[in-house]
Design a protein around this ligand. Sequence first.
Ligand code: ATP
Ligand code: MG
Length: 449
Amino acid sequence: MVKFQSPTGMRDLLEEDFKHFQKIERVCQEIARFYGFKRIETPILEESALFEKGTGFSTEIVKKQMFNLETKGGDHLVLRPEGTPSIVRAYLEKGMESLPKPVKLWHFGPFFRHERPQAGRYRQFYQAGLESLGSDSWIIDSQIIQIFYNILKSLGFKNLIVEINSIGDSQHRAYYKKNLVSYLKDYRNSLCSDCKRRLRENPLRILDCKQEKCQKIIRDGTPQIIDYLCRKCNNHFKNVLETLEELEISYKLNPYLVRGLDYYTRTVFEIFEETEPTFLPTKATSDVAKAGARDTESEEEKNQEPLALAGGGRYDDLVKLLGGKETPACGGALGVDRIVNLIKKRTKKTRKIIKHRIFLAQIGKFPKMKALKLMEKFRKSEIKIAEALDKDSLSSQLKLADKLKAEYVLILGQKETLEEKIILRNMKTGKQKIIAIKKIVGEVKKKTK
Ligand code: ATP
Ligand code: MG
């Protein structure tokens, strides 16, 4: 018999994951709303052309990572690989151009990229994104970074670092690209095969290639984009950095950060959690640490490059490129799955059973029916109550109530059900009394106040 599995790089999310996803969504919603961002949810499928044009033909996402499909009607659609082009499409389609600027939108949902699966990198993953459309002010870039930073802080991340760079506007970037290509041409044969291709198609991306041989060439004197910025872009960047200092947000200039998408202009950023060793291991402690680490971290995870928790930047040309008026904009996205993985690692040891103060037990066919009906009354009164309706023996139900640390158990027997009554037992004292069913919700409310 064939065993079915979820598609490569795609996961089932169970309650223990989902509760974190929901918490992150809630924190994003509270903070985004406070800053005046309105929720938007765009379709999972979009026209392929939107990303080919918006994200860019030569980007890794469009070249290698899109899940394409053709509809019965012959439309070419893709599972959305990122959020920004969809939001710009909706902004234009829904006439948001006429709204007061900046138009601020936030979203939360799944995205799809055909990547090589590894820890923290999935083919279906979730992002929470923010987009602010219509202002070219540096304060917006700072605000976007501040919001992502604060969302992560609220989720308990302590050692955050923003890596930041400016890639200038498209005009000056073209000049830089030329210089970069002419410099790297001499090293062509030493670059990895991807970078050989990038040299023709997307030379900027070479700067953040992860291959060691490329890294060495890049760090050995490649011209830096920051030296090619015009005065305006330079001032813009300086103001963003000064604001981050004022906001006490830790940042690090990373002259090689380019983020690989065609539409970015000026500020680009990524946010990481810095992992600091808490002690210098001696031989003995390092052996212990290694043995301990093996339980929680795979070899692959340990050798992995640090993964960004969020990334984004300014995209002043995208709205126009997709058919709108010239509209400077800035935004970014949080990688929800990666955040969940880190939160789970952090909270693993403190997992405890969820207490239920009330347990409803029953003995027999009619009591079962009555119990099912009674549950609804408790739900409407917002009183949490546990049950084991499928169980028949009272002792196994009481055992479970004990496990859940229930303070009170309600017992519906045949006799009580016939008399429209129910037993209320205090689990601590063992005392019990018989109460009319119609009064039980009120009684429990009083007791559990
Ligand atoms: P990376 O450099 O890690 O590939 P990216 O630049 O491709 O990231 P963005 O498009 O900026 O990613 O997406 C924003 C965030 O979404 C990332 O910082 C990351 O946290 C998360 N993310 C991106 N791709 C994936 C993936 N395949 N699986 C899980 N999370 C992802
Ligand atoms: Mg990527």
